[in-house]
Design a protein around this ligand. Structure first.
Ligand SMILES: C[S@@+](CC[C@H](N)C(=O)[O-])C[C@H]1O[C@@H](n2cnc3c(N)ncnc32)[C@H](O)[C@@H]1O
Ligand code: SF4
Ligand code: SF4
Length: 289
């Protein structure tokens, strides 16, 4: 099997403290990934057909807190030229003109800008330590330069749906559509015990569905340990270590096979963190992705 989505968390530092994000509850040490680990991860992907795989250089943290993010994107593009798309999600607060220039020329194919709302009041109350005016200015500069330099980079404006932001959806589209962007309106999910969701009604006595994550994704955490779940921000279920194993060994190894089997049997009661996950024990709206 080959993953559909690969996340490499080149740093788990963040410049923000958003109200819906478990980042402030993360127990893992905050670091920038060592180059030796990053290079080992990429060399462990050589020879694998990644033409249907998206590779993101972020996970729990802000990718622009990694001073070498553009160089790392460039490294991936050179070493893995056939990968379907290389992307990042960013809050854009640190997206200076210099970083924009570097990113535009890094080989990046896809960038998600996380902008929750169309007003300073709404946005600043969610994205603590970020400032709406700065973020809007930074993104508009990026979009202007993308157009001027004729760069073929997909831009997705992503807004989390809260009671406040929901009311601003039309205005959001009106504001950004003229810049040739795509939109992603994302339901808030529970992120295990660390995030916010109004939709989860879990009953932990009965698992009701099999999670798709271990069949689709792989996550390389900043210290080189590896997981197979989008929500496991503390990497409680480790499938291996990238300093020792290649992508193929990790994604087709015994540890992940065990997790998949337990998921298929709906028998995750002894598996942390699945045994407290609203995605398989409840009705989180985002469950089906
Ligand atoms: C963990 S962040 C990392 C990248 C970057 N710091 C950012 O904010 O875009 C990745 C994505 O998760 C989203 N996110 C954070 N908390 C969430 C929640 N409770 N439900 C759904 N998405 C969430 C953010 O909006 C962001 O788009
Ligand atoms: S959503 Fe992104 S920017 Fe906000 S705290 Fe989490 S990682 Fe940081
Ligand atoms: S069930 Fe929840 S914790 Fe387990 S792999 Fe899926 S999303 Fe992650």
């Amino acid at each position: 099997m080959i993953p559909e989505v690969i996340y490499i968390e080149t740093t788990n530092f963040c410049n923000a403290n958003c109200i819906m994000c478990p980042h402030d509850r993360m127990k893992r040490k905050k670091i920038v990934m060592e180059d030796s680990v990053f290079h080992k991860i990429i060399s462990g992907m050589a020879g694998i057909d990644l033409s249907n795989t998206q590779l993101f250089l972020h996970k729990e943290g802000e990718p622009l807190c990694d001073n070498n993010i553009a160089e790392r994107i460039n490294y991936v593009c050179k070493k893995l030229p056939k990968v379907k798309e290389v992307g990042i999600n960013t809050n854009a607060m640190l997206l200076t003109e210099t970083i924009t220039e570097k990113l535009l020329n890094s080989g990046l194919n896809l960038i998600f800008f996380s902008v929750d709302g169309t007003s300073k009041e709404t946005y600043d109350a969610i994205r603590i330590n970020c400032h709406y005016d700065t973020v809007e200015k930074n993104i508009k500069y990026f979009l202007k330069e993308r157009k001027r330099q004729k760069k073929n980079i997909r831009v997705v404006m992503q807004m989390l749906l809260t009671d406040d932001t929901k009311k601003q959806k039309e205005k959001y589209i009106e504001k950004w559509e003229k810049y040739n962007v795509e939109f992603y309106f994302k339901e808030m999910h529970c992120y295990l015990d660390g995030g916010n969701s109004t939709f989860v009604e879990p009953d932990f006595s009965k698992q009701i569905r099999c999670c798709t994550d271990p069949f689709r994704i792989i996550v390389y955490y900043a210290d080189g340990s590896v997981g197979a779940c989008c929500w496991d921000y503390n990497n409680e279920f480790v499938i291996g270590d990238a300093r020792e194993l290649s992508l193929n060994e990790l994604f087709n190894g015994e540890r992940i096979a065990y997790l998949r089997k337990k998921q298929q049997e709906l028998e995750c009661r002894d598996i942390k963190p699945c045994n407290r996950c609203g995605r398989v024990y409840g009705y989180d709206k985002i469950s089906e992705y």
